[in-house]
Each structure stands twice: as C-alpha cells, then as structure tokens.
Design a protein around this ligand. Structure first.
Ligand SMILES: C[S@@+](CC[C@H](N)C(=O)[O-])C[C@H]1O[C@@H](n2cnc3c(N)ncnc32)[C@H](O)[C@@H]1O
Length: 350
C-alpha cells in the first residue's frame, strides 16, 4: 500500500515537473531501492531535514520526486522538507481526493479564473530569454556568502559559519527558485487580473520577478524585496541582462523596509509572499499587507504546507474577515479579497 502511494505520487510529481513517466519509473525504483537499503529514511521530526543516499535529490516542491539530472553524482543528498514526508504524503492524498478541477467548481468567479488563467496554456517560447538566465545560474558553481533570513534551507550542502551561509549559485538556483510551471502561473495571474502594481517578497535571483515584469510590460511596476545582498547582486544582473526596466529591487530585511515601501508604493494588485517561510512572520506580513492591497487584488502565499506553523498561518489567513475566496493549490495558496464575492475556500488541482 505504501509503495502504491509512492508510485501514484511519483506519477503525479512527474506530471507536475514535466519528467517523462519512464524517467519517473526509473527514479521510483531507485527510490524504493534506497528506501529498502535504509539509505533514505523519512524524517521523523519536523526540522530534522537531511539524509544522505544514492540516487538523486528529492524534488524541491513535492519533497518526493528524485531529480534525474543529478543521477550521475556519486553521493547525493536526499532532503526532506521540515514537514515530515509521511505526513505530507497523507496530506497530499487527502487534498488530492477532496480537490477539484474546473468542472467541480460552481462559483463563476473561480470557474473563470481556472478556465482562463490557472489551466490556460501559453506559448512558452516567450520565456526562452528568462529561462536561459536560469540555465546560466544553474551552471554557475561560484560560492556566495550571505545572511540566510528565511526559515532555513532544505539544502544540506550549505556551509554555515558565524551566522552566514555559503552556497553555490547553482545550489540556490536549483533549490530556491520557482519552477517554470509556477513562474508561468505567476505570469498568467498578473495578466489575468491586469495587475499594474506588484509586490514580491523574496526576490532570490529574480527569475519569477522577470516573468512578472514580462507579464505587465511597460504598463506595470514590480517591487521586489531581497534581504541577502550577495543574492540581490545576482538578481540585479539578471534584470539588467533582461532589460527589466519596470522592476525596482529593494534590499533589506522585510520587516525593516516594508512599511516605507508601502508608504511610497501601495496599494498592490498582486502580492507574492515567497521569502521567509516562518508561519508567525508570514502572518505578520499578511496582517500588514491586507491594509495595502486593492480590493480586487490577489495575494499568493508559497509553501503553505512547508511546516505546521505555515499551515496554521494559512488557516488564519483564510478566516480573516477581509478575505473572501481562497484557493489551495497544495503548495501554494491564493487569496482574494473582492468583497462582492461570498466567502468560499476551494481546493484546486494544479
Ligand atoms: C524562495 S526564495 C525566493 C524565490 C523567488 N521568489 C523566485 O520565485 O525565484 C526566498 C528569498 O527571500 C529572501 N528572504 C527570506 N526571508 C527574508 C527576510 N526576512 N527579509 C528579506 N529577505 C528574505 C531570501 O534571501 C531568499 O533569497
């Protein structure tokens, strides 16, 4: 039964990440082999986050899928998310069997959103320039040192000394950036709601920012916040290379710089919370931002199931009186504020 669940999740993950089913099956058998050899164990304690084994890295989002591109490495680190993987699997199954696609949704607002935005395709060729920046970063093995301001990393290869973290650009590009599936979704959301003023908390190397910049073109502005200077330097180069003239990069710890940025630049039509994955911090950002988001705006929270504190924060956000509709995409949560919509929470397959 357990293997069947892993198998189904692997197939599902391969759909999510675009791997071929045959590749996924190879990975699945490697994964089972490693499990059997006791090379990988699931973390029992939230917070205990790494195991070493042969095979490949576990997929950043699902925490389950093995990454074929790394399969030639001799020793690979399997990284489990702070949320116990077994718990995550159970949650995924529950979510999967209680979630719906556009056909199970009766709300005209949500149906239209799913039909024209969430499930809409677009010509991926327009993103080639941005994706070539991602590829360039993934090839770069230069080590950078910075202050890790988030809720820690899933990557065990980081070296930490005196409160500073050293990591290769490649590692960060592989573990911290949104995958093309999600960056394209951000692009579609910005376009669907015709967003003019966007806030992104957590720039990293600016790949999602570049998608947002492309979505709003010259008619909109993106304010993106990054607290790690060495990372922000690389994002600035990405924006220069892509000629993202509508992006303003703000450097600093979120809570220090957010009030000033809100004073100058709010209200926002779209906010993407993709930085600090600490539940109470996310809730504080939300409570501040709720006053600075336009009534027809959308707020996106990444990694709502990253930890129990993130899950609690998500549930508190859902019940906030200003929130009308939410959509739980499993990894991401979308929040809508439009007061003309009645309060409703959707679980939507994506
Ligand atoms: C997951 S990455 C962002 C990924 C990016 N949005 C993308 O899609 O490519 C999170 C970033 O937020 C930054 N960050 C986390 N917590 C922060 C804080 N409290 N203040 C400022 N920056 C922070 C980290 O340095 C990291 O670069």
């Amino acid at each position: 039964m357990f293997k069947l669940i892993i198998f189904l999740l692997t197939l599902r993950s391969c759909k999510t990440t675009g791997l071929k089913t045959s590749e996924s099956l190879v990975l699945f058998s490697q994964f089972l082999h490693a499990l059997k050899q006791n090379i990988i164990k699931f973390a029992n304690n939230p917070g205990s986050n790494t195991r070493t084994g042969i095979g490949a890295g576990i997929h950043q989002k699902s925490g389950l899928l093995l990454d074929l591109k790394d399969a030639d490495n001799q020793t690979i680190t399997f990284t489990t998310s702070p949320m116990n993987n077994l718990k995550l699997m159970k949650e995924y199954l529950t979510w999967y069997f209680t979630s719906s696609s556009r056909h199970g949704v009766h709300s005209p607002f949500m149906y239209d959103f799913l039909d024209k935005c969430l499930y809409a395709g677009q010509d991926s060729g327009i993103f080639d320039k941005i994706e070539s920046q991602r590829s360039r970063l993934i090839k770069n093995r230069q080590i950078i040192t910075f202050k890790d301001l988030g809720a820690g990393s899933r990557n065990s290869d980081a070296i930490r000394t005196d409160g500073l973290t050293s990591k290769s650009i490649r590692q960060i590009a592989k573990s911290s950036l949104q995958s093309p599936k999600y960056t394209r979704l951000m692009y579609r959301i910005a376009g669907y709601f015709q967003c003019k003023n966007i806030l992104e908390m957590g720039t990293s190397f600016g790949i999602t920012t570049a998608y947002l910049s492309e979505a709003v073109k010259k008619e909109g502005t993106i304010h993106t916040l990054e607290g790690a200077d060495a990372i922000a330097d690389i994002a600035r180069d990405v924006f220069n290379n892509l000629n993202c003239t509508n992006v303003t990069l703000h450097r600093g710890e979120f809570s220090d710089i957010l009030p000033e940025i809100a004073r100058c630049c709010a209200p926002w039509d779209m906010v993407f919370l993709d930085g600090n994955h600490n539940g109470p911090a996310v809730l504080n950002y939300f409570l501040f931002l709720v006053k600075h988001i336009s009534p027809e705006g959308v707020l996106i929270v990444d990694d709502i199931r990253w930890s129990s504190s993130m899950w609690e924060a998500w549930n508190t956000i859902k019940s906030h009186p200003q929130v009308s509709v939410t959509a739980d995409l499993f990894f991401m949560g979308l929040v809508f504020f439009n007061p003309s919509l009645s309060k409703e929470h959707f679980k939507v397959r994506f």
